[in-house]
Design a protein around this ligand. Structure first.
Ligand code: GUN
Length: 302
């Protein structure tokens, strides 16, 4: 008798959710903050400046306030009108720079078009720049010195550590070259001890698929849904999706749903590890901001 044995190997994607990663960071920060204040220090303090009424920015700023208060930080929010003059904003930042009761300053981006983002970022004192956007912090990151690391790339590194993702000797492709995510992410991945071999792609990369197909780790941060799908990714790869895009959806109460830059559904039956949206890297950014703020407070007490 002929015995026919058919073996079907079911493969499914691995979801790298960030809720528990962020929660573990917040737990750790809460304990560290209690220790810090228990030594007689004033609680870490964060000043957040929001200009205008961009709905996504308002949500982010609210989440930052909730996180700061949950850790027992002092939190000061400055909500300015959309038509605020650049000089008025600069004057506020200078005041916060000089205020000994403020450890960290964050100006929520994007700013209205009549305000120069680079001038604003340049005005924030580097030792209060908890976003890590100032030229001093960006430069220090590049040359491997102590600095405030931008929160999203820092959150990605924390997530990869949490899930035991190996970076040494791996090929990493970063899609996107923004100052907030792409550039600092590439610098972190190439650091000594992290030791990835890094390729940075942009919209003019001639054949994106050719670059990503051989990557062990793909960081996609373009702000465009569907930038990559499962055809761009080899078996066993890790995809970190940084995009948070609002897509109109009439079935939702608020009229939209969130999707990432990667086509998440296309990975369902693939041997790929991927961060979801929502529930992914977006959750890490706030906890990393809190980590930088505690660090700023510690440095100011030294
Ligand atoms: N807008 C989008 N992401 C960020 C961020 O990490 N920091 C600030 N300040 N603005 C943002």
């Amino acid at each position: 008798m002929l015995l026919l044995s058919i073996s079907i190997i079911l493969v499914s994607m691995r979801r790298l959710g960030c809720k528990e990663v962020a929660a573990s960071v917040m737990d750790r920060l809460k304990k560290e903050t209690e220790l810090f204040t228990g030594e007689g220090n004033r609680a870490p303090s964060l000043a957040v400046v929001l200009v205008g009424h961009d709905p996504a920015s308002e949500t982010y700023v609210r989440k930052k306030a909730e996180a700061a208060l949950s850790l027992g930080f002092l939190h000061f929010q400055y909500s300015l009108d959309e038509d605020t003059e650049e000089e008025e904003l600069i004057a506020l930042i200078r005041k916060l720079n000089d205020d000994g009761n403020i450890d960290g300053i964050l100006v929520q981006l994007p700013l209205p078009p009549h305000i120069s983002e680079s001038r604003v970022i340049n005005t924030i004192r580097s030792d209060k720049d908890v976003d890590g956007f100032s030229p001093v912090n960006a430069g220090r990151l590049l040359i491997g010195e102590d600095c405030f690391v931008p929160c999203t790339p820092k959150g990605i590194m924390e997530t990869m550590r949490y899930y035991g993702i190996e970076t040494r000797g791996k090929k990493a492709v970063v899609i996107g070259r923004s100052n907030i995510v792409g550039k600092p992410m590439a610098v972190l991945l190439m650091q000594r001890g992290i030791d990835a071999t890094v390729t940075v792609c942009n919209t003019r990369t001639p054949d994106l698929k050719e670059e990503t197909k051989s990557a062990d780790i793909i960081i996609v941060a373009t702000g465009h849904p569907g930038t990559i799908d499962s055809e761009y990714v080899k078996d066993g790869a890790v995809v970190i999706d940084v995009g948070v895009n609002r897509i109109p959806d009439e079935t939702k109460k608020n009229g939209f749903r969130l999707v990432g830059d990667a086509d998440y559904a296309s990975f369902q039956d693939r041997d790929v590890s991927i961060t979801p949206v929502p529930g992914g890297i977006g959750l890490m950014t706030v906890s990393m901001l809190m980590s930088n703020t505690l660090e700023a407070a510690r440095r100011r007490r030294k």
